[in-house]
Design a binder for this molecule. Structure first.
Ligand SMILES: *Cc1c(COP(=O)(O)O)cnc(C)c1O
Length: 354
């Protein structure tokens, strides 16, 4: 019996994917081995790697002039890789500061460059009229979806600079136009697959200009020149990510998934907005489809809520300690029935505690 797991990451994976991986866990592709036990350089594994990339390119409609790199170190290591690959000493870049993950990216970038804050707010994306871009910035960084508060860009910010976007908690959740961005990066453990893999989608002309001191495994050119196999990749994570990409195709692609995701989020926000017990602090114009946060007008009920929701099979609803309250992370793999069941539970809990 699988629970509805609302964890922000590592997060739920599609059940059919887990079943397929389970079925071939010990004997993969009639090889007599697990996919974890085969050489990453073998013909069979290379086929897995190539198919995974091709499927991702297809579902995201990634143009040919973009390279897809499969990197180590999660999304967080890209916080360093970005300035190292895109700037030289003395350069600067513009960062939108919309929450904890933006802030972490900025803190790391400050080791290498001058960081200019375009705007700052954790519950909204401030009005365009207040944005302060700097003239010489080499790129503009955004966190497309702030996982902790649930603030998501609904439009691509207008700028003629390269946009570098942290898509960790929203990649593949709806259609996007890849060419609006110079770099898209995402850790795998929210919408892609098991932890251990990060995906970096880079316009090809942005590769090959890293600072000379850049560590080999932070240099995008190293991944690009070696099919992301300069050293041993996270083979099992790659394999499972490939199964998830195929699942996305089977369920109708990111268009279909986007419609389901929007509906799932709307059901929760509608309930929260109509409630006398729960509230959400995020500007409705930029509320996340992936991470729905809510707080209690009566904080004393939090512990009882967590206990009762867990007993009813709704797991990991506690919000991040930096923000408080509750958070329902409803990535692609969370079925709509899970959201419907949570809505019913929230209603019943409110009725009981009115
Ligand atoms: C989870 C998350 C990260 C960190 O990912 P790691 O793979 O743990 O480094 C970065 N940015 C966002 C928006 C996230 O949600």
């Amino acid at each position: 019996m699988r629970a509805f797991n609302f964890s922000a990451g590592p997060a739920m994976l599609p059940e059919s994917v887990m079943r397929k991986a389970h079925a071939e866990f010990l004997d993969w592709d009639h090889s007599g081995m697990s996919v974890m036990e085969v050489s990453h350089r073998s013909k069979e594994y290379m086929a897995v790697a190539h198919r995974m990339e091709a499927t991702l390119r297809e579902v995201m409609a990634i143009p040919d002039n973009y390279k897809v790199l499969f990197t180590h170190g999660g999304a967080s290591l890209q916080f360093s890789a970005i300035p190292l690959n895109l700037t030289q000493a003395g350069d600067s870049a513009d960062y939108f500061n919309t929450g904890v993950w933006s802030d972490k990216a900025m803190t790391e970038a400050k080791r290498y460059i001058q960081v200019n804050e375009v705007c700052k707010d954790e519950n909204s994306i401030p009005a365009e009229s207040t944005w302060q871009f700097s003239k010489d910035a080499k790129y503009v960084h955004i966190c497309q979806n702030e996982t902790i508060t649930g603030v998501e860009f609904q439009e691509v910010p207008k700028t003629d600079k390269i946009i570098v976007a942290d898509f960790s908690s929203t990649i593949l959740s709806r259609p996007i136009n890849v060419s609006d961005y110079g770099v898209i990066y995402a850790g795998a453990q929210k919408n892609i697959g098991p932890a251990g893999l990060c995906i970096v989608i880079v316009r090809e002309d942005l590769i090959g200009h890293a600072r000379p001191e850049t560590p080999k495994l932070l240099n995008w050119a190293t991944y690009n020149d070696n099919e992301s196999m300069f050293n041993t990749p996270a083979t099992f994570s790659w394999y499972l990510a490939g199964l998830v990409f195929e699942w996305i195709k089977e369920v109708g692609g990111v268009e279909a998934i986007g419609q389901i995701n929007q509906r799932k989020a709307q059901k929760l926000y509608d309930l929260i907005d109509a409630s006398n017990l729960y509230y959400n602090e995020v500007d409705p114009a930029v509320r996340s489809w992936m991470n729905v946060t809510f707080k209690f007008k009566n904080h004393d009920l939090e512990d009882a809520f967590l206990k009762e929701s867990k007993a009813a099979g709704f797991l990991s609803l506690k919000g991040h300690k930096a923000y408080g309250g509750m958070r329902a992370s409803i990535y692609n793999a969370m079925p709509e029935e899970g959201v419907d069941a949570l809505v019913e539970f929230l209603k019943a809990f409110e009725a009981k505690n009115a």
